[in-house]
Design a protein around this ligand. Structure first.
Ligand SMILES: Cc1cc2nc3c(=O)[nH]c(=O)nc-3n(C[C@H](O)[C@H](O)[C@H](O)COP(=O)(O)O)c2cc1C
Length: 152
């Protein structure tokens, strides 16, 4: 059975809500989804999974939250070439860099050679009914891409 981990940072709960819906989508396929708050784990945990998903809100002027900085440093020490991943997050379109932290994480993952399974999912504040469905589909697509990459 495929095992996917979702690691996220969420201050007011919007990104967390997305993470839970994405996990729902993954589980609907029969795969396993574990959810972890970024502060509570070291990036080495990613190595125990077939694929991982990162979720973050955006802070300051399009920046990644401080909670993610150590995790990013730890990821730099890992071999992520060919690992299937994707990124999501919540932001606010009134800021010049909407979901800038999502883009930053995606760029880093690309730089490390990871396979970006699908376009990043960005939502303004909490997900609407329609966006809730997009979150579930995001989880489902992740498992489908994993199956393709593993040649199943
Ligand atoms: C001080 C501050 C700075 C922010 N800067 C940005 C930003 O640059 N870009 C953006 O898209 N959202 C920005 N946001 C909005 C948050 O990312 C947004 O409220 C998000 O929904 C929070 O997600 P969370 O509920 O998971 O913590 C900022 C919010 C605050 C309070």
């Amino acid at each position: 059975m495929d095992k996917v981990i979702i690691v996220y940072a969420s201050l007011t709960g919007n990104t967390e809500e997305m993470a839970e819906l994405i996990a729902e989508g993954i589980r609907a396929t029969g795969a396993t989804a574990d959810l972890k708050v970024v502060d509570d784990c070291n990036a080495v945990i990613l190595q125990k999974y077939d694929a991982f998903i990162l979720g973050t809100y955006t802070w300051g002027d399009g920046e990644m939250p401080d909670e993610f900085l150590d995790f990013v440093d730890e990821m730099e020490e890992l071999e992520l070439t060919g690992v299937v991943t994707s990124v999501f997050g919540s932001g606010d379109t009134t800021y010049p860099s909407f979901c800038g932290a999502v883009d930053e994480l995606e760029e880093k993952l690309q730089g490390w050679g990871a396979i970006i399974a699908q376009e990043s999912l960005k939502v303004e504040f909490g997900p609407t009914m329609e966006e809730k469905q997009l979150c579930r589909e995001f989880g489902e697509k992740m498992v489908a891409r994993l199956a393709t990459e593993m040649g199943v």
